[in-house]
Design a protein around this ligand. Structure first.
Ligand SMILES: *Cc1c(COP(=O)(O)O)cnc(C)c1O
Length: 505
């Protein structure tokens, strides 16, 4: 072995000024068997098809406006860590107690990530623990349910049409839609139809009858902050666990821009890729200072592995750690405040045009726009915006008659804030959205029916005597011209050229 190491290298080392991928490429030698040669070939050469898809997606992100409230733009460092060699390692178990050898560095990484996760939320390591292995928010939630309650136990969560998440017990009349309603008995709570705020008195009244073992708070489409203390009172009255799923707002909570659930909840779950701006993953925080929860740490850790998952994604855990390092910097607070300020600017700019917003505005990063008063559906506006290069999603709004026809759209400012946009720029975005919606009204007329397929035809196929499709194209040009003025994290946009297969003009 030693001899092998001291032998002259069997290949010529490229000069250090040549690009990294060429230097790595040179590692394949005449002695490399054919079956191992692909291991050294850069993606562009090995698989131009996948490379082209990545290039097209990069172009889409660069030339468009990302307003999906659950998305954000992660950092160069997080992408480097996520694309690292750590993906090779199996490490089932926890630091110091693995089922595989060779984990000394992985242990160091996971311990560091846990430390940073607690620090990011200002948590005392004597009172809180965290599991950093969940692959994503949904798996984190199912592991948390597995840890806290027994199969077929009762749980309550905010209903999906009111802004809750699928994994909080969602079911329909015809179908148990998610594992959280298949393996548990669930009952949704709702918004107060007048104020569109969480109906805390209603939760208490329902819980008194339903006797849940677990109450879940947190949402995917709720523009206001939570009263965690009120829910704690209800949980205590009924002897239920209280869990907060802060997937959407965790970055704002870490910045102390929103109220913290940690003072009131037993377990807190989150994704790491929404306002937290890391890679796609999940975290589960659990209290370790409760007499009734002496074994909570063990229950959560066992629920993640082996109950719900296998080997941790160590490349992702490295990226989570590096994202959490960023969250702990003083500048994080300024980012979070700008996200909220941008959302509030967006809300007030839309309100000035007379549009109706759920709850009239926002406390966080998202705005729920009720389109019903102007006679549009969320699907149509989503479609027009997509054609213009503005990415948003249709969303149910309080009081929707049918879940199949959402009456609104959801907008978020996390990603555009990560592209450096501030309030004055958000005014420009709001104006583009206003024009998109006005155009959607025109297209609806030109479509000649209320069907989505006629609407899409009116938006995409130019027709004699109709102006809608041309206006969509014009707006697409405006959005592109505006979007390319902004950087895109992780991408050298100065060197970016339009990839093959993009049919922009
Ligand atoms: C996004 C989200 C999740 C799910 O996260 P995934 O990473 O998509 O599995 C869970 N809960 C809430 C409240 C969310 O918004």
């Amino acid at each position: 072995m030693l001899r092998a190491l001291t032998r002259p290298l069997p290949f010529r080392v490229a000069s250090s000024s040549s690009p990294l991928h060429l230097r790595l490429r040179a590692m394949a030698t005449a002695n490399t068997p054919d079956y191992n040669k692909p291991l050294y070939t850069p993606l562009a050469e090995l698989d131009p098809e996948v490379k082209n898809i990545i290039d097209k997606e990069t172009w889409r992100q660069f030339t468009g406006l990302e307003l999906i409230a659950s998305e954000n733009l992660t950092s160069l460092a997080a992408m480097e860590a996520n694309g690292s060699i750590l993906t090779n390692k199996y490490s089932e178990g926890l630091p110091g107690a693995r089922y595989y050898g060779g984990n000394e560095h992985i242990d160091e990484l996971e311990v560091l990530c846990r430390k940073r996760a607690l620090a990011a939320f200002n948590l005392d390591p004597a009172k809180w623990g965290v599991n950093v292995q969940p692959y994503s928010g949904s798996t984190a939630n199912f592991a948390a349910l597995t840890a806290l309650i027994q199969p077929q136990d009762r749980l309550m969560g905010l209903g999906l049409p009111d802004g809750g998440h699928l994994t909080h017990g969602y079911y329909t009349a015809k179908k148990k839609m998610t594992a959280s309603s298949i393996y548990f008995q669930s009952l949704p709570y709702a918004l107060d139809p007048q104020t569109q705020l969480i109906d805390y008195a209603g939760v208490a009244a329902q819980a008194k009858i339903f006797k849940p073992r677990l109450i879940i708070c947190g949402a995917s489409a709720y523009p206001r902050d939570w009263d965690y203390a009120a829910l704690r009172k209800t949980a205590d009255a009924e002897g239920a666990w209280l869990m907060a799923d802060i997937a959407h707002t965790s970055g704002l909570i870490a910045a102390q821009t929103l109220a913290s659930p940690f003072a009131h909840c037993d377990v807190v779950t989150t994704t790491t890729h929404k306002t937290l701006r890391g890679p796609r993953a999940g975290l589960i925080f659990f209290r370790t200072d409760l007499p009734s929860a002496a074994d909570l740490a063990k229950r959560v850790n066992d629920a993640v592995f082996p109950a719900c998952q296998g080997g941790p994604h160590n490349n992702t855990i490295a990226a989570v750690a590096t994202a959490l390092l960023q969250v702990a910097q003083p500048s994080w607070r300024a980012y979070a405040q700008q996200v909220v300020s941008n959302a509030q600017t967006l809300a007030s700019a839309l309100a000035k045009h007379g549009y109706k917003l759920q709850t009239g505005g926002t406390d966080n990063h998202l705005v729920l726009w009720d389109l019903r008063p102007i006679g549009l559906t969320g699907s149509k506006v989503e479609k027009v915006c997509d054609l213009m290069g503005i990415t948003i999603n249709k969303n149910a709004v309080s009081g929707d008659a049918s879940a199949q026809v959402p009456g609104g759209i959801r907008l978020g400012t996390s990603a555009i804030t990560s592209r450096n946009m501030r309030d004055a720029d958000v005014e420009v975005v709001a104006d583009l959205l206003h024009r998109a919606v006005q155009l959607a009204l025109l297209l609806q007329k030109e479509a000649g029916s209320k069907l989505l397929k006629d609407f899409v035809r009116a938006a995409t196929v130019p027709q004699e005597g109709r102006v809608g499709a041309a206006q969509v194209r014009a707006l697409r040009g405006e959005v592109r011209a505006f979007a390319v003025r902004w950087p895109l994290p992780g991408v050298d946009v100065a060197g970016l050229t339009k990839p093959e297969g993009i049919h922009d003009d």
